[in-house]
Design a protein around this ligand. Structure first.
Ligand code: GRF
Length: 214
């Protein structure tokens, strides 16, 4: 049933999306490439926030002419002020969906509360295995190899207050090979991340269309 009382301006066709990065930004690149090809569903990346200056992720944002800002913890006198600046940037850009893509800072409870259920992260393991504090980059893949797991992969999950903890909404499995090193395994998983994350953002954004948000 159509709600005829609703103004057309209340029915956004796009979901204004921010991508938060700290480094290489290959997932950001994959997301922006999907957006350009029209494969990001209703999500539209309108802001990139980097917690580090001079990183490759910022070059990807510039290549696609996406507004980007650098918010470094060291430039603020307290963690609270830093987190407040991130939240203000998201609000000023009227962001509706936040995607973490290699963002190495923990989000404050205030940010999580402001975007509850609208923050996604990609992690290079099959969560809940090999997630949590200290489980990033090389550490994840080294732990998978040490545990002699037959499979690893990547997971997209909704972010809550704990590291790598919220509900997993999509994953891709990658076989571990006999001669794998953390580097070779990471590279094969990253290829899968570049497929999985844009596809998942596209599907997830559809569920946010028309949903009320301040
Ligand atoms: C990826 O492996 C992602 O799963 C993890 O951080 C890495 C970021 O890589 N959260 P990139 O910066 O997107 O290249």
């Amino acid at each position: 049933m159509w709600n005829l009382d609703r103004k057309s301006s209340d029915l956004p066709e796009t979901v204004r999306t921010a991508v938060l990065v700290s480094g290489g930004g290959s997932n950001l690149d994959a997301i922006l490439s999907a957006q350009k090809a029209g494969h990001l569903g209703s999500a539209q990346v309108t802001l990139v926030i980097s917690s580090r200056a001079g990183v490759k992720a910022l070059e990807h944002a510039a290549a696609y002419q996406i507004p980007a800002c650098v918010l470094e913890r060291a430039k603020f006198s307290s963690e609270k002020e830093f987190q407040q600046a991130v939240l203000s940037a998201l609000k000023a850009a009227r962001i509706q969906l936040v995607c973490l893509a290699g963002y190495l800072r923990l989000l404050s409870p205030d940010i999580i509360a402001a975007f509850r259920g609208r923050i996604l992260n990609i992690h290079p393991s099959l969560l809940p295995k090999f997630g949590g504090s200290g489980m990033y980059g090389h550490h994840v893949h080294a732990a998978v190899l040490k545990a002699e797991e037959p499979f690893s992969g990547c997971s997209v999950h909704v972010v809550d207050e704990e590291f790598d903890h919220g509900p997993v909404i999509a994953s891709a499995r990658v076989p571990v090979e006999k001669n794998d090193t953390p580097e070779t395994l990471a590279a094969r998983i990253l290829e899968q991340e570049h497929q999985l994350y844009p596809k998942t953002i596209a599907a997830f954004s559809a569920s946010l269309i028309g949903a009320p948000h301040d």
